[in-house]
Design a protein around this ligand. Structure first.
Ligand code: ADE
Length: 235
């Protein structure tokens, strides 16, 4: 039991998929898992454990932003025996090479956030996903014939910002293909705790074309992302 997760050691599988939204966690658990049971619901941050094709897996919401995923991933890694966390989220595209509802695997998170500096004094603006999890995700996507993009993501603390000046500079100077709000903190926690993390995203909005997905398109990209993530999980 931790301040934010009321569960017992052993209630979580080694691998946890983390969407931002609690209702997405519920939907994934109810749609894809066998014998899913709710294991925590503090602040309505729903968590489930069950199995996918006979492999145990948990699904838990992260909430939005680095402070939120920072808390939940820390507690999962330190108290519940979790080894692998795969964020399954959405992003805004910074480049026309990404189209709405494409799937993007993060190979690096760049951020101007103070999360790492405040957590342990780290000043580097980059954090990286686990090479092992990224390989499992690439293999899962290839097995299922689902195309993925790969590249740097910008983890931002601010959703409503002066889009054009800021994002064009970050795209040009840091090579970020898209923006989201969680990976940098998740990758930082995994690194300092000697655990594994990865991040798979679907493009929900486009900062160049200013398009946003219809709910139908969101569903397609979301389904593919979840199937890649679940198909990557190993015992
Ligand atoms: N997640 C999805 N779209 C986003 C955006 N435009 N900015 C930050 N996070 C996002």
């Amino acid at each position: 039991m931790t301040p934010h997760i009321h569960a017992q050691p052993g209630d979580f599988a080694r691998t946890v998929l983390m969407p931002g939204d609690p209702l997405r966690a519920k939907f994934i658990a109810e749609t894809y898992l066998d014998e899913a049971r709710e294991v925590s619901n503090v602040r309505n941050i729903l968590a489930y454990t069950g199995s996918y094709k006979n492999t145990p897996v948990s699904i838990m919401a992260s909430g939005m932003g680095m402070p939120s995923i920072g808390i939940y991933s820390w507690e999962l890694f330190t108290t519940f025996g979790v080894e692998n966390i795969i964020r399954v989220g959405s992003c805004g595209a910074y480049t026309k090479t990404l189209k709405l509802h494409d799937v993007l695997l993060a190979t690096e998170a760049w951020s101007e956030s103070s999360y790492a500096k405040t957590q342990n004094g780290d000043m580097a603006p980059h954090n990286h996903p686990s090479a092992k999890l990224n390989q499992w995700l690439q293999e899962s996507a290839a097995r299922q014939g689902i195309p993925i993009h790969e590249g740097t993501v910008h983890s931002s603390d601010v959703f409503y910002r002066h889009e054009h000046e800021v994002f064009q500079k970050i795209h040009a100077e840091e090579g970020a293909l898209a923006v989201e709000m969680e990976s940098f903190a998740l990758f930082h926690n995994a690194r300092v705790l000697n655990k594994h993390a990865a991040c798979l995203l679907t493009v929900s909005d486009h900062l160049i074309t200013e398009e946003a997905s219809t709910s139908q398109q969101r569903e397609t990209g979301f389904k593919q992302m979840i199937e890649i993530a679940l198909g990557s999980v190993k015992n």
